[in-house]
Design a protein around this ligand. Structure first.
Ligand code: SF4
Ligand code: MSK
Length: 678
């Protein structure tokens, strides 16, 4: 269906859709309108013309064998008495929904973990000096993480003295031990022990400590095959093993090793939105997830020979920008500006200014290849795992042993395409300043300083009530909901009520575009307590911690807060809540589940494919709290969504006996204001 047909169809049934009804971001609205003018179809049009399947949305369609698909919609008005719905094999709605949920966890954990495996392989190649393009850069972090992998960092000398071990030897051993976590069959994934002791002991008691990262994912696929695991509670138990293996395993190891290879992020300034593109520059947009490639492209684009070539082709220079989590990776370490989030990938091309869109893995819409055909843009795939059949994409395979040469080839291809611009360039003038780079180490340093780095000042401010609690708000965009509206409403509501927000992924990009990642935004958007803390410490109220795999940084921050003391003994005691207001990817389900089993109340927006199985749904939303201290929830309305998080935070403050402190602080502040006014 063309855009014109979509518009006509929409018009026939109801008032025409306006671009500002589809997104709250003016830059995106401008490009949606341009796409309409040029009759270029984007995801925003397809979301109007194709409605989601009513049974799939409920999670009760099974196609796990050739006798199906067996479809078990919830009867209108719900199930009265005994639920008699069954698939051909007898699988109940609960079994089917639990199996589908589990397969989402498996796919999400596999995506993160395969990313981590790729990083571990490159790390090992660098440690063994088999590649000259990557080096062990952050030796401080290497020495910090080595003991967690069972690697000694000192050795006893001949006279019993303690000597430092050779860094290269340590790096090789860490690389080998890290890579071993994927194929390990028995024992425990070693980084899981970074969780607070009571959490780790609970997991041990429940028998959900992952044995190996891959093993738990494979076991989900086995258990959800026809005729295997047919008890939703038992299926969820395996989800917990695989999800812990993701959050406290594959993703966490990916973050660790990336930091050692490319440097641990520290606060850095940059800007965000389509307005970062420059009409007179070669624009290269890097999109996907793995920093292995993008790190090389950043270096290649800075080479004098590349800048000279760009000038010879008539450009003033080379502008890099990122989409999705690759954007977050190169922002955190190099300050490369954010071009846009998941739903802006087609819209970036619609500016007519993108000379190459370079993609690796995850969240890459196949339709970018079709949109690119309407312009001069070259879509370059780089990863053997991810090729695109549509359009005229070119594949320049990226290999860690020839990484820099591959990156130079890619940059050169983009530069040579600059003179081929075929349509007028229209770049929205929206871009916002931001400060990113808040690794959990950076938060530690920022709060406590070099000599007394610690989370204690954060805990003190939570205990004294200036900060009400912590919100982890993460996740994607979803074309079934207004672009960025959920993200911004939830985050603004939280900070307005003195909840500090830790963010990653496309939520971070949405917040960046809205100016929430600047220290100055505290005065405008925060409640008085949080505003005072941000002003004193000089931090934004929304701390950008990185990409999807970097949700592990949020887990580590939570563990550090527990360790700093005064807020209970476990993550489930903290006045904290998690959120993914516009989620869409299977990775979000794995992330959500590892937050839940880590003890966090986790609210999703849009929808969750469990509503057709009320018993299973109740297990996720209520009963898991008794087991793990954390549970799932679904609240589509973003305002209510934020307030359920705040209510949970207040419940935890009360349980800790610190609810009265907050009332005193707010009274103090009101009194101070009255005095100032007098
Ligand atoms: Fe139907 Fe059972 Fe086959 Fe699923 S596994 S498609 S419920 S027969
Ligand atoms: S990119 S997984 S849309 S956050 Fe990590 Fe954004 Fe979600 Fe992809």
């Amino acid at each position: 269906m063309t855009t014109e047909e979509v518009k006509k169809a929409v018009k026939k049934e109801k008032a025409p859709v306006r671009a500002q009804d589809l997104t709250v971001d003016p830059a995106s609205a401008q490009m949606i309108e341009r796409a309409w003018d040029l009759e270029i179809e984007t995801i925003f049009d397809r979301a109007q013309s194709m409605k989601p399947c009513n049974i799939g949305v409920q999670g009760t369609c099974c196609k796990n064998c050739a006798q199906g698909p067996c479809r078990l919609p919830l009867p209108k008005g719900g199930v009265e008495g005994k639920d008699t719905r069954k698939g051909l094999c007898g699988a109940t709605a609960e079994t089917i929904a639990a199996r589908n949920f589990a397969r989402m966890v498996a796919a999400g954990a596999a995506a993160h973990s395969d990313h981590g495996r790729g990083v571990a392989e490159t790390f090992l190649a660098a440690a063994r000096k088999e590649t000259h393009d990557y080096h062990i850069r952050d030796t401080k972090k290497l020495l910090e993480i080595a003991p967690d992998f069972g690697v000694d960092i000192t050795v006893e000398g001949e006279n019993g003295e303690v000597l430092d071990r050779d860094i290269d030897e340590i790096a090789v051993e860490v690389g080998e031990a890290a890579l071993g976590q994927w194929g390990q069959q028995q024992g425990e994934v070693c980084t899981v022990k970074r969780a607070p002791v009571p959490r780790y002991e609970l997991w041990k008691k429940l028998g959900v400590v992952p044995r190996g990262i891959d093993r738990e994912i494979v076991e989900i696929m086995h258990r959800t095959h026809i005729g295997v695991d047919q008890h939703y509670e038992n299926i969820v138990e395996q989800c917990s093993r695989a999800a812990i293996g993701d959050g406290w395993g594959g993703s966490m190891i990916a973050t660790d090793l990336q930091d050692v290879l490319f440097g641990c992020p520290y606060p850095i300034k940059s800007s965000a939105n389509l307005g970062i593109l420059k009409a007179d520059h070669v624009n290269i947009v890097i999109h996907g997830h793995e920093p292995l490639l993008s790190e090389m492209i950043v270096q290649a684009a800075e080479l004098p020979e590349m800048v000279q070539l760009a000038k010879e082709k008539g450009a003033h220079g080379i502008q890099l920008g990122g989409i999705c989590c690759t954007a977050n990776e190169i922002l955190m370490r190099h300050g490369v500006p954010l071009c846009g989030d998941f739903l802006q990938q087609e819209l970036a091309i619609v500016t007519g200014a993108v000379d190459a869109m370079v993609v690796d893995v995850q969240c890459i819409m196949e339709n970018i290849a079709n949109v690119a055909q309407c312009f001069h843009t070259k879509v370059i795939t780089t990863n053997p795992r991810a090729k695109i059949a549509s359009g005229d994409t070119i594949h320049i395979e990226f290999d860690e042993h020839t990484a820099f040469e591959d990156a130079k080839k890619i940059v050169r291809t983009a530069i040579e395409n600059f003179p081929n611009r075929s349509k007028p360039v229209i770049i929205p003038d929206q871009k916002s300043d931001l400060v990113a780079g808040f690794s959990y180490e950076a938060i530690n340093y920022h709060l406590g300083g070099t000599f007394r780095a610690s989370y204690t000042p954060l805990n003190d401010n939570i205990i004294n009530g200036r900060i009400r609690g912590i919100g982890g708000v993460v996740g994607c965009n979803n074309a079934r909901t207004v672009h960025n509206e959920g993200h911004l409403t939830v985050v603004k509501e939280l900070i307005k009520h003195d909840v500090i927000v830790l963010t990653t992924g496309c939520n971070a990009i949405a917040c960046a575009k809205a100016g929430l990642l600047t220290p100055e935004s505290a005065k405008v958007f925060c409640g008085p307590g949080l505003a005072e803390v941000c002003e004193t410490v000089g931090i934004p109220p929304v701390l950008h911690m990185g990409s999807c795999v970097d949700n592990s940084r949020i887990l580590m921050a939570a563990a550090e807060v527990v360790k700093a003391g005064g807020l209970g003994n476990d993550i489930s005691d903290l006045p904290a809540a998690g959120s993914a207001p516009e989620w869409m990817s299977e990775k979000a389900i794995s992330i959500g589940h590892y937050f839940v089993v880590s003890g966090v109340y986790t609210v999703f927006g849009v929808t969750l494919p469990v509503s057709g199985a009320p018993v299973f749904e109740n297990y996720l939303y209520k009963e898991l709290e008794d087991i793990y201290g954390g549970m799932w929830d679904l609240v589509a309305d973003p305002y209510e969504h934020a307030h359920k998080m705040i209510a949970h935070i207040d419940k935890k403050r009360k349980a800790l006996g610190i609810d009265k402190a907050r009332e005193r602080v707010l009274f103090d502040m009101a009194a101070r204001r009255d005095l100032e006014a007098a």
